[in-house]
Design a protein around this ligand. Structure first.
Ligand SMILES: Nc1nc2c(c(=O)[nH]1)N[C@H]1C(S)=C(S)[C@@H](COP(=O)(O)OP(=O)(O)OC[C@H]3O[C@@H](n4cnc5c(=O)[nH]c(N)nc54)[C@H](O)[C@@H]3O)O[C@H]1N2
Ligand SMILES: Nc1nc2c(c(=O)[nH]1)N[C@H]1C(S)=C(S)[C@@H](COP(=O)(O)OP(=O)(O)OC[C@H]3O[C@@H](n4cnc5c(=O)[nH]c(N)nc54)[C@H](O)[C@@H]3O)O[C@H]1N2
Ligand code: SF4
Ligand SMILES: [Mo]
Length: 690
């Protein structure tokens, strides 16, 4: 018999939580706990966005939590750097030594200490509270947390004014949905449920993606364009909207800026030119424009897959202009959604306490270029050499681009590395100290979402396993040992949860229900009111122009465009595998078994030209490195583009590496983001014995 969490008389109870993963859906969880053991993790049926359904990955959360390989005691390195050899050590000894080592570096220059974290948990408390306070107080270098979304984020800021857009639930009423740069079935499952509702209501679904993904094959139409050509496609759509008069002139006049200039730009992109650039049939572009220009309400679900290229921000800008041209925003089922996270009223200053910097202004390291930066010597421009790294909520050795540089950096004998983790990841292998962290079932947290607009609370379901401690607890204790006496280092996780939203969200409601909708208008920009400086949708951005940049969205070719190199004639993208979440879950056997082994999808024509058989071992290489894996000869890949699904742990690879051996540290047009999908390679048949 199951009882509510407030009942203490039974042995089985259900605890309300939130999925911590970097996924737009941020599901509400219900964890069944029997005799102190979490036996089942389910979707909370009371939460509309979750609808009682979780993805396959998080349904396996107990398997991950109670995994035999969980790190449950602190460990100290006892072999060469990177060997992954450790001996258990007590918490007191580990923390005292870490504090002493960091203290000695800080006495010379605290900027030689580098935090490195991302969204292993998206929780505001375990991800961006006590940790930030600690590093701010210390005066450590700051980190530009750019590895995912900064290009798209900047694109939105300079067009719509922020990470704002349609309410996801209203896509159900749309009559045309463009799923653009997103494999929703794999990485935004709960949006796909909504798109199915729309489909049943007669909506046409169009997928725009270089890969014939699980989602692309289930849409009515698939535009299989070359990577990094989305802005060109959006400009051609504008060209057709203009030449056919499919425009809402009233909306344009009242709620946009820069129309005349955008018009001139778009008229340079007739479908014939665009078809060449995008590598798709011209009629497909015309049809897409006709559909978009003549169907109301029309909605666009963008995802970050289309902004991991040189022109990622410009592409997002170009697409985000479309709904203002047709007046799609007038309908609650029209507009665009990339991320909703800008709508959450988080009190980050209270959580992160930047005031603890006390007037210091440390340098900022971009997490995308950690490979190069770990190898840099001290210089006036760079500042001190990085002497210590503290990694948590991230697995950079597997996920950061240009891995051979990253590995070389992590392998530095003179680098002191502390890793807070659940498992011995590729990054943990390089730790001097590996500290056991709690999972979402074992700690408090409070969440934003980027694919809906509900706040979620996560209450701990079980006690920490073994000697695991939460990130917050580890930073609290390090602070104490470093002599940081400010009262903010004593605050509990529950206090931090309450501070995140202050009085903006009813905490009692979160405690009782597990979630609380933010509210807000159904059709946010029906009457304009964009959060830009002009209050309008900015086709032309004065802010960009003032920086000497193009004020209009334009097609910015890839750093490494498909077909531009004879040596490396194929473009490679490396989108996520459905059963992993970035590099999380790769070590969960039931999920790894579904994915099988690291694969490179290659089109039958490209395979035949190279004598490559399905299932055989191939070598994929470019000037940065070489990676062997198995070929999957399949029309999931388009001609000229190969797909290296990610993100496998290096240690599961044939040669102990992964696809990031090939990706580059080059940055995007705005936001200094990564360009994982802007990469050229050559592929050759390579028998296993070689
Ligand atoms: N199962 C699963 N879910 C995930 C993740 C995961 O790893 N696995 N990752 C999470 C993370 S970190 C994020 S940021 C979110 C969003 O994650 P995204 O990385 O946006 O993931 P996808 O939705 O798979 O979108 C990627 C799609 O973009 C396509 N693509 C690649 N290059 C281009 C291009 O130039 N143009 C266009 N139009 N499409 C392109 C790829 O083929 C792929 O199908 O999802 C999250 N959800
Ligand atoms: N080639 C290629 N590379 C990519 C991408 C791609 O599409 N292709 N995608 C990029 C994108 S979009 C992203 S967002 C990044 C993601 O990169 P990361 O944010 O590094 O994501 P993960 O690989 O999932 O690693 C998160 C780690 O955090 C740990 N963790 C989870 N919860 C906690 C906790 O509470 N405490 C501590 N201490 N640890 C915890 C997990 O065990 C896991 O090992 O990768 C990027 N890299
Ligand atoms: S990973 Fe995404 S779909 Fe899966 S449970 Fe978490 S939020 Fe939901
Ligand atoms: Mo991401």
């Amino acid at each position: 018999m199951l009882h509510d969490q407030n009942s203490s008389t039974t042995t089985a109870r259900q605890v309300r939580g939130a999925c911590p993963h970097d996924c737009p859906d941020t599901c509400a969880l219900l964890t069944t706990v029997e005799n102190g053991v979490a036996t089942r993790v389910q979707g909370n049926p009371a939460h509309a966005q979750t609808g009682g359904v979780l993805c396959a990955k998080v349904s396996k959360y107990p398997e991950r939590t109670y995994h035999a390989e969980r790190i449950l005691t602190p460990r100290r390195r006892n072999g060469p750097k990177g060997s992954g050899q450790f001996t258990p050590v007590g918490w007191d000894e580990a923390l005292a030594d870490i504090a002493a080592r960091l203290g000695a570096i800080a006495a010379r220059d605290p900027q030689a200490i580098q935090p490195y974290s991302y969204a292993g948990t998206m929780g505001l408390v375990q991800g961006e509270s006590m940790d930030r306070r600690f590093f701010h107080r210390l005066g450590a270098s700051l980190l530009h947390r750019s590895i995912c979304a900064t290009a798209g984020g900047e694109g939105l800021v300079h067009t719509l004014g922020g990470k704002v857009g349609m309410r996801v639930e209203f896509f159900a009423e749309s009559k045309l949905i463009l799923i653009w740069g997103s494999n929703s079935i794999g990485s935004n499952l709960h949006f796909w449920r909504i798109a199915q509702q729309a489909k049943r209501g007669g909506a046409k679904l169009v997928c725009i993606d270089p890969r014939k993904s699980e989602t692309a094959e289930k849409c009515h139409e698939h535009i299989q364009l070359l990577p990094g050509t989305d802005a060109a496609l959006a400009l051609a759509l504008m060209h057709e909207l203009i030449t056919h008069g499919w425009l809402d002139h009233d909306y344009i006049t009242r709620h946009t800026v820069g129309w005349e200039r955008l018009r001139e730009r778009a008229l340079q992109w007739p479908p014939e030119r665009t078809a060449q650039v995008c590598g798709v049939p011209v009629e497909q572009i015309r049809q897409l424009a006709r559909d978009y220009g003549t169907t109301q309400p029309a909605a666009i679900r963008l995802n970050y897959g289309m902004q991991r290229v040189h022109g990622g921000a410009n592409a997002v800008r170009a697409v985000a202009c479309l709904p203002a041209l047709t007046g799609a925003w007038r309908h609650r089922a029209g507009g665009v959604l990339l991320s909703s996270s800008g709508q959450f009223p988080v009190d980050r200053a209270a959580l992160q306490r930047p005031d603890l910097l006390a007037g210091r202004n440390p340098r900022t390291i971009n997490m995308v270029t950690i490979g190069d930066d770990l190898l840099r010597e001290a210089s006036p421009a760079f500042g001190p050499k990085i002497e210590a790294l503290v990694v948590y909520n991230s697995n950079p050795v597997a996920v950061a681009p240009d891995s051979s540089k990253v590995v070389q950096g992590f392998a530095r004998e003179d680098l002191f590395t502390v890793v807070l983790e659940h498992f011995q990841t590729d990054t943990a292998d390089y730790a001097d100290y590996l500290l056991p962290a709690t999972t979402q079932l074992e700690h408090w947290d409070v969440h934003v979402a980027y694919g809906h607009t509900d706040v979620l609370l996560n209450q701990p379901a079980i006690a920490p396993l073994g000697q695991a401690r939460s990130n917050t607890q580890i930073f609290r204790e390090l602070a104490a040992r470093m002599g940081f006496t400010e009262p903010c280092f004593q605050e509990s996780d529950e206090q931090l949860c309450r501070q995140a939203y202050g009085d903006k969200v009813d905490f009692n409601r979160l405690l009782e229900q597990g979630f609380a909708p933010l509210g807000g208008p159904d059709a946010p920009f029906a009457e304009g009111g964009f959060p830009t400086p002009s209050g309008r949708c900015e086709f032309f951005s004065e802010r960009l122009a003032a920086q000497g940049l193009d004020g209009l969205p334009g097609h910015v070719p890839n750093h490494e465009a498909a077909g531009t190199s004879t040596q490396y004639p194929l473009a490679m993208i490396s989108p996520p595998a459905r059963n992993f979440l970035n590099s999380t879950f790769v070590n969960v056997k039931s999920l790894r078994d579904i994915e099988g082994r690291p694969l490179l999808e290659i089109h039958p024509q490209d395979a035949a030209a190279r004598g490559i058989q399905d299932g055989s071992v191939v070598r994929v290489f470019n000037g940065r490195g070489s990676y062997r894996c198995h070929a999957h000869v399949s029309e999931r890949a388009r001609p000229g583009v190969v797909n290296g699904l990610g993100i496998w742990w290096r240690k599961y690879g044939l040669d102990g590496n992964n696809v990031n051996q090939l990706t580059s540290q080059a940055l995007t047009d705005l936001g200094q983001g990564p360009t994982f999908y802007d990469c050229v390679v050559q592929v050759e048949a390579r028998p296993e014995s070689q």
